[in-house]
Unconditional design. Sequence first.
Length: 565
Amino acid sequence: MTGISGYKEKYLAALDEQEKLERKHALQLDLLRKTIVHLSVAAKGQESKLDASLIALQNKMRGGSGADVFEQMERVQRAVGEFDREREQELQRVLDWFKSAVDNLMELSVPADLRSQLSLYKKGLKSQLTSYRAFGEAVNELSALQKRALAAAANPNKGLWQRIKGGKTLEDNAPAKPSRTSAEPVEAPVERDLGPKESVTKTPPITQVDDPAAEDSYPKVAQRINATLKALVTSIEPNDMVRRKVEIVRDRIDRGMDWFALAVTLEDIRDILMARYLAADKAFSEYLLNINRELVSISEALGVAEDAEQQRGGAAEALTASVSKSVKQLQADVAKSNSLPDLQSTVSDHIRTIQNALSTFKQAQPAPSQSLSAQLKALMDRVKTVEEESEKSRAQLEEQRYKATHDPLTSLPNREAYNERAFHELHRFKRYGHPLTLAVCDLDHFKKINDTFGHQAGDKVLKLVAQVVSTRLRNVDFVARYGGEEFVLVMPETDAEQAKTVLDKMRAAIAKTPFRFKDSPVTITMSFGIVQFRGEDSVESAFARADKALYEAKANGRNQCVIAP
Ligand SMILES: Nc1nc2c(ncn2[C@@H]2O[C@H](COP(=O)(O)OP(=O)(O)OP(=O)(O)O)[C@@H](O)[C@H]2O)c(=O)[nH]1
């Protein structure tokens, strides 16, 4: 009966194996738990709400059972959802702010057509501000409306403002886009001293007033606009990238602003909001990428476990079938056997068959309990769903991020992307001290191209110039469309003289590019202002110096590069 006792031993060994396997599965679940704990640690600090839910998640993960793991996966999903909701609330806050800014303007005494435009703008805000990408456009529109409303309020009876300002209208005084043909160089908006000299509250007192209500309403509303702006800026929690800008803007608001400073401030606030949202998006996108990587590896590990388990399930069934078939056959054969040796050989044949079946089963390893197998399967399904969903949100975020950081006409990075890049390069410059150069360039007499050949021709020129500029730069250099016909370049590891050599070649290439309009060749040229960063520079101060140098290049006859002192 050695065969039978061997069968028992093998059966006990198989039970042992099964226990080991269960321990292995428990370890696998534990590993999954730990991975999620690590994930939550990695994502910490990226967004406060997400943080809180990840910390809670992490605490619950410690020592949790298999069932807890599903719950944790759901929590990751909920955290992602909450992050999205948080962004929506933020959008709502900004929307409310825009509405109250329009309400302020509507309190001014403005003509009926402007009033109805303001109200149309206010109505359209909700559908316009569905994403922070729309901030720029909305701020620009608000800025234009504000300019007209303030001008109208200061000049309610056509001529009042002229009388106050000695014949000039607000429009006359309005450097909507600072012109570089003027005698004064143009500084970057943020560091410009837009302080109390021309502040609204210090506007020369209005003495000859046809409409006393208008006299009161202008400074009063200006004060309220200041207060609204201040509330908005105060509600912005600055990150490193925008901290300096936020301080400058807050300071400017505190000192009191005139209408021009208001327009510039709106633009700064737009930049701040965009930079802040982009940073949050980037952090979140990286977080999702992290989750994905981890989930892929968990999913692969579990996939392998499931395959092995399926094999084991199959082997167990085969074993049961084979053993019961052999036992039945044995009973039948024993009944039929006529002699002891005959019986002995029949029994040993069948025992061998059962032993073979057992050893095949052992090779495949015994099946774990049914519930563990079901748990693993469910866990895998959850992992797969989370993985797919987070991949989807990541792809959407990437697409949104691309749109928010690129100019649709030229496909070059836009001003937001420039702000981000310049900030990082400045950080590296301060850390390593390698030279860093910035250049601002602007097409010469571009207005003439538009006026002579049309806006579409102008657009084509912008696209072509963007191509020429970007193909002539090194990989480490960066170029963005700053706005209109103005581009900005960031050149790491490059001093001003080296940059000038490169940019002079670029300038010559643009001047030689054969632009043709209606079969007539047209020469397009560009002027450049170049600045090398100094130790004490901020992004804004370096830009302001480059802009001054650009002004000089324009004033000296255009189609040239000027290095800022
Ligand atoms: N076609 C087209 N024109 C644009 C775009 N953005 C800005 N512009 C135009 O660019 C022109 C810029 O004119 P100005 O600021 O007077 O400058 P300029 O004519 O280039 O003169 P200088 O800079 O002094 O040499 C304006 O007519 C704008 O309307 C755009 O996206 N497409």
